[in-house]
Write a protein that binds this ligand. Sequence first.
Ligand SMILES: Cc1ncc(COP(=O)(O)O)c(C=O)c1O
Length: 378
Amino acid sequence: MVMLLTSPKFDDEELNLVKQCLDSGWVTQGPFVEKFEKAICATQNVEHAMATTSCTAALHMATTALGLGPGDEVIVPAFTWVTSAFAAEYVGAKVVFADIDPATYNIDPQSIKRCITPNTRAIIVVHLFGLAAEMDQIMEIAKANELVVIEDAACAIGTRYKGVKVGGIGDVGCFSFHPRKVVTTGEGGAVTTNSPDIADAIRILRNHGSSGLRLAQGDEAKPYSMAHFETVGFNLRLSDIQAAVGVAQMNKLDDLLAERRKAALLYNELLADVDELALPVAGDASGHSYQSYVISVLKGGRKKRNAIMDALARNGIQSRPGTHAVHNLGWYVENHGFVREDFPVASNAEDTTITLPIFPGIVKADQDRVVSIILSTI
Ligand SMILES: Cc1ncc(COP(=O)(O)O)c(C=O)c1O
């Protein structure tokens, strides 16, 4: 049997809540979305959470709500999932890549400083693989240069930075509930913020651009009262069926995180003496969600990395590179003329990283097998 990179953990609670939702007949954004949003607020310690269809949708609404557009420059790490960058493109802003820290794979604050021009308006920070980015330095740079900060926290439900949950440190946070994430609703996402104005703007954008009924003082809603549409919005509402799954998943978040952490610590132990590999940096002691467990090959580059991944595949074990160096993707090479050397740390990370299977329920025997194949190939 193939050992997959990830495997969501569902039980009767998801089934029971989905049944409750279906029995109620209310299957689009409704009571379960509200409960899911409340759970996200409580977990991430933020004032507002707006569930949506994906993190990509969340990022798109964030750049829209913050008023970014043509002429604006948005700084994005060069090593991330491509939609961190597309979020700027969707609104016609210019993506300016910053290189990453080779130890953490997160955006390098010094590189951010070098990217700033009079047109810079925003930084999209990514807490990659569930490890918080250097938020103190990033917020200081943002403040000094009057920039807004979007936290791409796709991988980071439960992640802490110096004890503080991510998603409410910058102006806006964006989460993913894709099946490779710690909590999943199939597809899904959320925007978080402590700003009531941004929260209102997101709710309107998510709902076709409508804020609902707007009645004159003293008027009652009538059957023929029409909703008010104030902007060109989208339909990015999450279904209540998915939110029911999300509520069940959030109820077991502590366990999901603990199981990932346990598996990560075991990999750390099993791989500790392998000089040819770099293991994930933990950040502050309990802060990493370990959405992904990513190692890097220090000698032999892409060839050695690929040999290890081929050996894992031959033995029925799925693995993936960490993520993309986005500037090397076709769109950016062909339309923006980037070359690999523009962001050498990101390019090297793309070449040398391997994501190993990690999920709640992975057993020691599985991890021993993964490690023995790596050791026999290195
Ligand atoms: C850093 C990052 N940002 C954004 C996304 C997009 O999330 P979604 O698939 O929910 O749109 C992902 C997904 O893998 C991601 O890893």
